[in-house]
Design a protein around this ligand. Structure first.
Ligand SMILES: [Ca+2]
Ligand SMILES: [Ca+2]
Length: 275
Protein backbone atom coordinates (compact mmCIF):
# COMPACT_ATOMS: atom_id res chain seq x y z
CA UNK A 1 0.00 0.00 0.00
CA UNK A 2 1.54 3.19 -1.14
CA UNK A 3 1.72 5.71 1.60
CA UNK A 4 0.93 9.30 0.75
CA UNK A 5 3.66 11.49 2.27
CA UNK A 6 2.47 14.29 4.50
CA UNK A 7 2.69 17.77 3.01
CA UNK A 8 6.12 19.36 3.62
CA UNK A 9 7.96 22.45 2.48
CA UNK A 10 11.16 22.18 0.39
CA UNK A 11 13.63 25.03 0.16
CA UNK A 12 15.44 25.55 -3.15
CA UNK A 13 18.18 28.08 -3.60
CA UNK A 14 19.82 27.72 -7.01
CA UNK A 15 23.14 29.30 -6.17
CA UNK A 16 25.75 28.17 -3.64
CA UNK A 17 27.76 31.38 -3.66
CA UNK A 18 27.15 35.10 -3.67
CA UNK A 19 30.02 36.91 -5.36
CA UNK A 20 29.99 40.71 -5.09
CA UNK A 21 33.07 40.95 -7.28
CA UNK A 22 35.11 44.12 -6.81
CA UNK A 23 33.56 47.35 -5.60
CA UNK A 24 35.10 50.73 -4.86
CA UNK A 25 35.47 51.68 -1.19
CA UNK A 26 32.55 53.89 -0.17
CA UNK A 27 30.19 52.27 -2.63
CA UNK A 28 27.45 49.83 -1.69
CA UNK A 29 27.57 46.47 -3.41
CA UNK A 30 24.28 44.74 -4.05
CA UNK A 31 23.39 41.17 -4.96
CA UNK A 32 20.21 39.09 -4.86
CA UNK A 33 19.32 35.51 -4.06
CA UNK A 34 16.09 33.81 -4.97
CA UNK A 35 14.48 31.32 -2.60
CA UNK A 36 11.80 28.98 -3.93
CA UNK A 37 9.45 26.60 -2.14
CA UNK A 38 9.30 23.48 -4.29
CA UNK A 39 7.45 21.56 -1.56
CA UNK A 40 3.80 21.01 -0.75
CA UNK A 41 3.41 22.99 2.46
CA UNK A 42 4.20 26.62 3.34
CA UNK A 43 7.94 27.31 3.71
CA UNK A 44 8.80 29.48 6.68
CA UNK A 45 12.04 31.38 6.34
CA UNK A 46 12.97 32.00 9.97
CA UNK A 47 16.22 33.85 9.53
CA UNK A 48 18.91 34.93 7.08
CA UNK A 49 22.27 35.97 8.51
CA UNK A 50 25.92 36.20 7.68
CA UNK A 51 29.23 36.14 9.53
CA UNK A 52 30.47 38.91 7.23
CA UNK A 53 30.03 42.09 9.28
CA UNK A 54 28.06 44.80 7.56
CA UNK A 55 26.12 42.57 5.20
CA UNK A 56 22.41 43.43 5.29
CA UNK A 57 19.30 41.72 3.94
CA UNK A 58 16.13 43.55 2.95
CA UNK A 59 14.08 40.75 4.48
CA UNK A 60 15.00 37.85 6.77
CA UNK A 61 11.67 36.31 7.82
CA UNK A 62 8.81 35.46 5.48
CA UNK A 63 6.59 32.63 4.33
CA UNK A 64 6.49 31.14 0.86
CA UNK A 65 3.48 29.22 -0.39
CA UNK A 66 4.23 26.03 -2.37
CA UNK A 67 5.56 26.79 -5.87
CA UNK A 68 6.30 30.42 -5.07
CA UNK A 69 9.58 32.24 -4.70
CA UNK A 70 10.98 35.43 -3.24
CA UNK A 71 14.03 37.51 -3.99
CA UNK A 72 16.19 38.72 -1.13
CA UNK A 73 18.42 41.73 -1.73
CA UNK A 74 21.80 41.67 -0.01
CA UNK A 75 23.68 44.91 0.42
CA UNK A 76 27.26 45.55 1.50
CA UNK A 77 27.97 49.21 2.29
CA UNK A 78 31.77 49.20 2.08
CA UNK A 79 33.91 51.64 3.97
CA UNK A 80 37.45 50.33 3.80
CA UNK A 81 39.40 48.43 1.20
CA UNK A 82 39.94 44.73 1.75
CA UNK A 83 38.77 41.24 0.93
CA UNK A 84 35.75 39.98 2.81
CA UNK A 85 34.44 36.42 2.76
CA UNK A 86 32.24 34.18 4.82
CA UNK A 87 28.86 32.52 4.68
CA UNK A 88 25.20 33.37 4.44
CA UNK A 89 22.94 31.01 6.38
CA UNK A 90 19.24 30.67 5.60
CA UNK A 91 17.13 28.97 8.26
CA UNK A 92 13.73 27.45 7.44
CA UNK A 93 11.20 24.84 8.41
CA UNK A 94 12.28 22.51 5.59
CA UNK A 95 12.39 19.17 7.49
CA UNK A 96 15.25 17.87 5.31
CA UNK A 97 17.34 20.99 5.05
CA UNK A 98 16.76 23.33 7.96
CA UNK A 99 19.75 25.48 7.05
CA UNK A 100 21.10 26.42 3.65
CA UNK A 101 24.59 27.84 3.46
CA UNK A 102 25.95 30.02 0.68
CA UNK A 103 29.48 31.33 0.52
CA UNK A 104 29.94 35.07 0.07
CA UNK A 105 32.94 37.04 -1.17
CA UNK A 106 33.53 40.76 -1.66
CA UNK A 107 36.65 42.64 -2.76
CA UNK A 108 36.67 46.32 -1.84
CA UNK A 109 39.31 48.39 -3.58
CA UNK A 110 40.45 51.93 -2.91
CA UNK A 111 38.73 54.18 -5.42
CA UNK A 112 41.00 55.16 -8.27
CA UNK A 113 42.48 58.60 -7.81
CA UNK A 114 45.21 60.59 -9.50
CA UNK A 115 48.27 61.77 -7.57
CA UNK A 116 50.34 64.64 -8.90
CA UNK A 117 54.10 64.52 -8.48
CA UNK A 118 56.36 67.40 -9.42
CA UNK A 119 59.93 66.64 -8.30
CA UNK A 120 61.18 70.21 -8.04
CA UNK A 121 59.89 72.97 -5.79
CA UNK A 122 61.63 75.82 -7.59
CA UNK A 123 62.31 76.95 -11.14
CA UNK A 124 65.38 79.13 -11.41
CA UNK A 125 65.94 80.89 -14.72
CA UNK A 126 69.20 82.36 -13.52
CA UNK A 127 70.36 85.56 -15.19
CA UNK A 128 69.36 86.42 -18.72
CA UNK A 129 69.99 89.41 -20.94
CA UNK A 130 67.25 91.82 -21.89
CA UNK A 131 65.67 90.59 -25.09
CA UNK A 132 66.83 87.03 -24.56
CA UNK A 133 64.20 84.29 -24.20
CA UNK A 134 65.07 81.47 -21.85
CA UNK A 135 63.34 78.13 -21.43
CA UNK A 136 63.13 75.82 -18.46
CA UNK A 137 61.23 72.57 -18.14
CA UNK A 138 59.33 70.87 -15.37
CA UNK A 139 58.00 67.34 -15.34
CA UNK A 140 54.52 66.58 -14.06
CA UNK A 141 54.01 62.92 -13.19
CA UNK A 142 50.97 60.92 -12.12
CA UNK A 143 51.77 58.41 -9.37
CA UNK A 144 48.09 57.66 -8.71
CA UNK A 145 45.62 55.17 -10.09
CA UNK A 146 43.28 57.48 -12.01
CA UNK A 147 43.84 59.94 -14.88
CA UNK A 148 45.45 63.20 -13.73
CA UNK A 149 43.85 66.25 -15.30
CA UNK A 150 46.02 69.34 -15.30
CA UNK A 151 43.49 72.13 -15.53
CA UNK A 152 45.86 75.06 -15.62
CA UNK A 153 49.40 76.27 -15.03
CA UNK A 154 49.90 79.92 -14.25
CA UNK A 155 52.26 82.33 -12.57
CA UNK A 156 52.15 85.70 -10.91
CA UNK A 157 55.35 86.52 -12.79
CA UNK A 158 54.00 88.13 -15.94
CA UNK A 159 55.42 87.00 -19.25
CA UNK A 160 55.92 83.36 -18.30
CA UNK A 161 54.23 80.96 -20.71
CA UNK A 162 53.62 77.25 -20.28
CA UNK A 163 53.44 74.71 -23.06
CA UNK A 164 51.26 72.74 -22.59
CA UNK A 165 49.21 74.20 -19.76
CA UNK A 166 46.21 71.85 -19.89
CA UNK A 167 46.68 68.13 -20.37
CA UNK A 168 45.93 64.67 -19.01
CA UNK A 169 48.54 62.32 -17.57
CA UNK A 170 47.66 58.65 -17.35
CA UNK A 171 48.67 56.69 -14.22
CA UNK A 172 52.43 56.08 -14.17
CA UNK A 173 52.84 58.62 -16.96
CA UNK A 174 54.47 62.01 -17.06
CA UNK A 175 54.42 65.19 -19.14
CA UNK A 176 57.20 67.70 -19.67
CA UNK A 177 56.11 71.33 -19.60
CA UNK A 178 58.25 74.00 -21.24
CA UNK A 179 58.29 77.32 -19.41
CA UNK A 180 59.37 80.26 -21.54
CA UNK A 181 60.33 83.72 -20.36
CA UNK A 182 60.98 86.59 -22.73
CA UNK A 183 63.35 88.94 -20.90
CA UNK A 184 61.73 92.12 -22.09
CA UNK A 185 62.73 94.49 -19.30
CA UNK A 186 65.58 94.47 -16.84
CA UNK A 187 64.92 93.58 -13.23
CA UNK A 188 64.74 90.81 -10.69
CA UNK A 189 61.53 88.83 -10.85
CA UNK A 190 60.28 86.27 -8.40
CA UNK A 191 56.97 84.67 -7.64
CA UNK A 192 55.18 81.38 -7.91
CA UNK A 193 54.03 78.91 -10.50
CA UNK A 194 50.72 77.26 -9.62
CA UNK A 195 49.68 73.95 -11.13
CA UNK A 196 45.99 73.08 -10.76
CA UNK A 197 44.79 69.51 -11.08
CA UNK A 198 42.10 67.02 -10.07
CA UNK A 199 44.38 65.39 -7.47
CA UNK A 200 41.93 65.04 -4.53
CA UNK A 201 44.72 65.47 -1.96
CA UNK A 202 46.73 68.20 -3.63
CA UNK A 203 44.62 70.24 -6.02
CA UNK A 204 47.30 72.91 -6.39
CA UNK A 205 51.06 72.55 -6.51
CA UNK A 206 53.18 75.63 -6.05
CA UNK A 207 56.74 76.13 -7.26
CA UNK A 208 58.79 79.23 -6.68
CA UNK A 209 60.28 80.96 -9.71
CA UNK A 210 63.07 83.48 -9.97
CA UNK A 211 64.59 85.34 -12.91
CA UNK A 212 67.18 88.09 -13.14
CA UNK A 213 67.06 90.10 -16.36
CA UNK A 214 70.00 92.38 -16.93
CA UNK A 215 71.00 94.80 -19.64
CA UNK A 216 73.59 93.00 -21.68
CA UNK A 217 77.07 94.39 -21.47
CA UNK A 218 79.41 95.47 -24.24
CA UNK A 219 82.45 93.50 -25.35
CA UNK A 220 85.31 95.40 -23.65
CA UNK A 221 87.37 94.99 -26.86
CA UNK A 222 84.83 97.16 -28.72
CA UNK A 223 85.42 100.07 -26.34
CA UNK A 224 88.45 101.37 -28.19
CA UNK A 225 88.92 104.55 -26.13
CA UNK A 226 88.38 102.79 -22.80
CA UNK A 227 85.57 105.01 -21.48
CA UNK A 228 83.30 101.99 -20.70
CA UNK A 229 80.82 103.04 -23.38
CA UNK A 230 80.68 101.67 -26.91
CA UNK A 231 79.43 104.62 -28.90
CA UNK A 232 80.03 106.94 -31.86
CA UNK A 233 83.49 107.89 -30.64
CA UNK A 234 84.55 104.23 -30.83
CA UNK A 235 82.88 103.97 -34.20
CA UNK A 236 84.90 106.87 -35.61
CA UNK A 237 88.11 105.28 -34.32
CA UNK A 238 87.09 101.99 -35.87
CA UNK A 239 86.39 103.62 -39.26
CA UNK A 240 89.92 105.04 -39.25
CA UNK A 241 91.40 101.65 -38.52
CA UNK A 242 89.22 99.69 -40.93
CA UNK A 243 91.30 97.70 -43.41
CA UNK A 244 94.42 97.88 -41.27
CA UNK A 245 96.03 95.16 -39.17
CA UNK A 246 96.00 97.21 -35.97
CA UNK A 247 95.47 94.55 -33.28
CA UNK A 248 93.61 97.04 -31.07
CA UNK A 249 90.73 97.03 -33.58
CA UNK A 250 90.99 93.38 -34.58
CA UNK A 251 88.23 92.24 -32.26
CA UNK A 252 88.11 88.65 -33.49
CA UNK A 253 91.89 88.38 -33.57
CA UNK A 254 92.16 87.09 -37.14
CA UNK A 255 94.96 89.49 -38.00
CA UNK A 256 92.90 92.01 -39.98
CA UNK A 257 90.44 94.75 -39.13
CA UNK A 258 87.53 93.77 -41.34
CA UNK A 259 83.84 93.21 -41.68
CA UNK A 260 83.68 90.46 -39.01
CA UNK A 261 85.15 92.92 -36.52
CA UNK A 262 82.59 95.45 -37.63
CA UNK A 263 79.75 93.00 -36.92
CA UNK A 264 81.13 92.29 -33.45
CA UNK A 265 81.40 96.04 -32.88
CA UNK A 266 77.76 96.53 -33.91
CA UNK A 267 76.67 93.89 -31.35
CA UNK A 268 78.18 95.97 -28.56
CA UNK A 269 77.14 99.34 -29.91
CA UNK A 270 75.17 101.43 -27.41
CA UNK A 271 76.05 99.12 -24.52
CA UNK A 272 78.18 99.58 -21.42
CA UNK A 273 81.22 97.57 -20.44
CA UNK A 274 80.66 95.71 -17.15
CA UNK A 275 82.73 96.69 -14.13
CA1 LIG B 1 84.27 104.00 -25.84
CA1 LIG C 1 89.47 90.86 -37.52
Amino acid sequence: LAQIPPPAPTIAVPQTAVDFGTIDAGQTGQQTITITNTGTAPLEITGIESDVPGLTFDTTMFTLAPDSSATVTIAFPSSTAGTFSGNITISSNDPNSATQTLSVSIIVQSPSAPAISVPQTAVNFGTIDVGQTREQTITVANTGTGPLEITGIESDVSGLTFEPSMFTVEPNGSQTVTIRFPGSTAGTLSGNITISSNDPNSATQTLSVSIIVKVSSANPRADFNGDKQVNITDFLLFVEAFGSTNPKFDIDGDGAVGITDFLLFVESFGKTVDG
